[in-house]
Design a protein around this ligand. Structure first.
Ligand SMILES: CC(C)(COP(=O)(O)OP(=O)(O)OC[C@H]1O[C@@H](n2cnc3c(N)ncnc32)[C@H](O)[C@@H]1OP(=O)(O)O)[C@@H](O)C(=O)NCCC(=O)NCCS
Length: 181
C-alpha cells in the first residue's frame, strides 16, 4: 500500500476507553505536571522540567513538526470524563522508507491500567493502515515499563546504542526495538 499519511494533521483515534486527539499548543498546561515529574521523566532524554515556558516551547516545536509533516503527536484523554492522561506520537516519519518512530508518556496516575497499550495499539494499527512498514522505538536501559509495553505490542529488541544519551552528566545506553508491519 502506498504511504498515505498525507495529511499534516493526525486524525482523532478512538479506542474503548480513550480518545487520541491531535496535540495543540493549548495542551502544554496539561503536559506540564507530567514533564515536571521526575519519575515520569526518569528514562527520558532530558530530565524533569520545572518551567512552564520550556514546556510550552517543546509543545510548540511538536506542533511545528506536525505542520511540516514530520510527526504526529496526540493528546490522550479518557472517554469517560475527558481527563488528560498523556501523549503519544509517531515521529521521524520517513516517507521514502515508510517508517517512523513511536513514543508515549502517561501521567503516573494513569500507569498500570493498560492505557499505554490501548493507545499504542491504535497508533500501530493506524500506521499500518496508512502504509508504514516499520516502526522503531528507543528506550533507556532499565525502562522496564516501556520495554514491556513495546513487547506487548509485538516489537522485538534489535540492538543497543551504547552511551547514546547524555543525561545529568552521564552517558546512558539505549535499547532499540523494531516492529515490521
Ligand atoms: C511507559 C508507560 C506509558 C507504560 O505505562 P503502563 O501503564 O505501565 O503500561 P501499559 O498500558 O502497558 O499497562 C500495563 C499494566 O496495566 C495493567 N492493566 C490493567 N488493566 C489493563 C488492561 N485493561 N489492559 C492491559 N493492561 C492492563 C497490566 O497488568 C499491566 O501491568 P504489568 O505490566 O505490571 O503487568 C508509562 O510507564 C510511562 O508513561 N512512563 C514514563 C514515560 C516513558 O518512559 N515513556 C517511554 C519513553 S521510551
Amino acid at each position: 500500500m502506498a504511504l498515505s499519511l498525507d495529511s499534516h494533521r493526525p486524525p482523532i483515534l478512538e479506542t474503548e476507553r480513550l480518545r487520541l486527539e491531535p496535540l495543540t499548543a493549548d495542551d502544554a498546561g496539561d503536559i506540564f505536571p507530567l514533564m515536571a515529574d521526575a519519575e515520569v521523566m526518569a528514562f527520558w532524554d532530558i530530565g524533569e522540567v520545572d518551567d512552564p515556558d520550556v514546556i510550552a516551547n517543546i509543545v510548540e516545536g511538536q506542533v511545528a513538526e506536525m505542520a511540516e509533516g514530520r510527526a504526529f503527536y496526540w493528546a490522550l484523554r479518557a472517554l469517560a470524563d475527558n481527563a488528560f492522561l498523556g501523549t503519544c506520537d509517531l515521529s521521524e516519519i520517513d516517507r521514502r522508507h515508510h517508517r517512523a518512530e513511536v513514543g508515549f508518556m502517561l501521567g503516573r496516575g494513569a500507569w498500570g491500567q493498560g492505557f499505554g497499550l490501548e493507545a499504542m495499539q491504535a497508533v500501530v494499527a493506524y500506521a499500518g493502515a496508512n502504509g508504514l512498514k516499520r516502526l522503531m522505538a528507543r528506550t533507556h536501559l532499565g525502562n522496564r515499563r516501556s520495554d514491556a509495553l513495546l513487547e506487548k505490542l509485538g516489537f522485538e529488541e534489535e540492538g543497543a546504542l551504547r552511551g547514546h544519551v547524555l543525561r545529568d552528566g552521564e552517558r546512558r545506553d539505549c535499547r532499540v526495538f523494531g516492529l515490521l508491519l
